[in-house]
Design a protein around this ligand. Structure first.
Ligand SMILES: [Cu+2]
Length: 178
């Protein structure tokens, strides 16, 4: 990766031919130069990097570009059911987080709820989720896709499920800081 980044930098310096920008850099305004380089990196980096990743799987490039998964388990407050949350990405302020959730009893057998509600928020700020996520039942018993889940600021969040099934009603609450 280091050699690729070095290549990218060379590539960028070749691209920096705009006379105005060159004069700013030559005037020694480091902060402007850094800002320009950061912007340039995000504009120009993606193509060469993807090409190199495809060609050099053994360098660790493939592992680095693989999506970060977030898998967490939680037991209900009344210890009737458990939930396994499986998300494509870590929770972060801004983008939608694509997740599935699987419910089971304490022995690990899938539980198909009669009633299921998702809710969340920031207790310390006194507000809920910025959106109203929707649960869609998937083919695998007790498994749901969560659509429209997002967080609009960093801090301590709760994501909870109220689940009612044969053994009764329980709340399963995930808490995390982003
Ligand atoms: Cu908040």
């Amino acid at each position: 990766m280091l050699s690729e980044r070095a290549n990218s930098s060379t590539y960028l310096s070749i691209e920096t031919t705009d006379t105005q920008i060159r004069s700013i850099i030559e005037a020694g305004m480091d902060n402007i130069r850094i800002a320009y380089q950061i912007e340039s990196t995000s504009m120009y980096n993606s193509k060469p990097l993807i090409a190199l990743c495809a060609a050099t799987i053994l360098t660790g490039c493939a592992a680095e570009s693989a999506p970060v998964q977030w898998q967490v388990d939680q037991v209900g407050t009344d210890k009737l059911y458990k939930a396994h949350l499986d998300c494509e990405t870590l929770p972060a302020p801004g983008p939608f987080q694509n997740c599935t959730v699987r419910f089971s009893d304490m022995q690990g057998n899938a539980v198909v709820p009669d009633n299921l509600v998702i809710d969340g928020g920031m207790p310390l700020h006194g507000h809920g989720l910025p959106t109203s996520p929707v649960l869609t039942q998937l083919e695998k018993a007790g498994t749901y896709r969560i659509d429209g889940l997002k967080y609009n600021m960093p801090g301590a969040w709760l994501l909870g499920f109220k689940i009612k099934a044969a053994q009764g009603e329980d709340k399963i609450i995930f808490d995390f800081v982003i």
